[in-house]
Design a protein. Structure first.
Length: 320
């Protein structure tokens, strides 16, 4: 039995229409407590929901049939796809950091634990030549960890700044971006080494980095505005930034949604004394008006030729 549908509210500022249009909704069988992820594998969408001390695993078919797979024995902190399987990082019942590899039918193929102190930034999983994760146990160092059924191997430690700090893993490359009083920094980490970039701006409130077909995207909050650079990696510091309209969602979290072209998600909470908080999100592509969403959004992902949003009690589907 599904929970009562609590709809997110969609709107768009005038004068033009956004590039994304709501086309449907699907109730979740369980309410999101604190965090959720949406990961496409083949034609299905896998939805992970933190609930109590476990992670609920749902598989959604293209016809929007929901199947509940076995719960996963951790509180998830990150998820990604790798070779038609899920990589999920998080903490077990004892608070130990670990990674699971889970098949598309919900079978745990292997689990391995991270050595050392409890991370201050929990591991972000990704797929390169093999499963990989990045984490922090010290604020100035980003650790790159290779994972396999045999265990974890620390590949390298990379000097970073922040917070704010964002990471992205795609196309055999790890990107990290952060802001400080001199502007926005980024480092590209690959098998051949590291390359660093710097853009002079006013101190950014937040940063986001992501890859797309042919290049990399870097975005940052500056006051009430969001600026974005999309360029081939070697031109990251020379391209002129675009101002992206995010309306009331500016000033909070900032993230890129993986895909072949840039899609930016911003979310901001409006807190007024003696009133419940209001969550406002915006999803935008360069050159288009944003789609504004009122209500708690826990994840945004591309699925097929559209976009899916994970709310507290529902999935909402958007057409591009």
């Amino acid at each position: 039995m599904t929970t009562p549908l609590l709809s997110l509210i969609f709107r768009s500022p005038p004068p033009s229409s956004p590039s994304l249009t709501p086309v449907g909704a699907l109730g979740l069988p369980i309410q999101v407590d604190s965090a959720a992820w949406a990961i496409p594998i083949d034609h299905d969408l896998h939805v992970l929901i933190n609930h109590g001390g476990t992670t609920v695993h749902l598989r959604v078919s293209p016809s929007h049939q929901v199947e509940e797979l076995p719960p996963l024995p951790l509180v998830a902190a990150g998820a990604a796809s790798c070779n038609q399987a899920l990589l999920i990082t998080g903490a077990d019942a004892d608070g130990r950091a670990l990674m699971l590899s889970v098949t598309a039918d919900g079978t745990v193929m292997w689990r391995v634990y991270f050595d050392g102190p409890t991370p201050t930034r929990w591991p972000t999983p990704g797929c390169m030549a093999q499963p990989v994760a990045v984490l922090q146990t010290m604020p100035e160092i980003l650790e790159v960890i290779l994972a396999s059924p045999q265990g974890m191997v620390k590949q390298r430690a990379v000097a970073v700044g922040g917070p704010p700090l964002d990471v992205a893993i795609a196309d055999e490359t790890i990107w990290a971006a952060w802001g400080d009083g001199t502007g926005v920094h980024a480092v590209r980490i690959s098998a051949t080494g590291e390359r660093r970039f710097h853009r002079t701006t006013l101190a950014p409130a937040n940063v986001a980095i992501g890859s797309y077909a042919g290049g990399v995207c870097l975005a940052w909050n500056q006051g009430s505005s969001v600026f974005l650079v999309q360029a081939p990696p070697d031109s990251l510091t020379s391209q002129t930034p675009q101002r992206i309209e995010m309306a009331d969602a500016s000033g909070g979290i900032l993230a890129f949604v993986s895909g072949t072209n840039p899609l930016l998600w911003a979310q901001h909470v409006v807190a007024i004394e003696d009133e419940p908080p209001r969550w406002i999100s915006a999803i935008a592509q360069p050159g288009h008006n944003p789609l504004l969403i009122e209500g708690s959004v826990f994840a945004v992902a591309r699925w097929g030729d559209g976009v899916v949003i994970v709310g507290a009690t529902e999935l909402r589907f958007l057409k591009q």
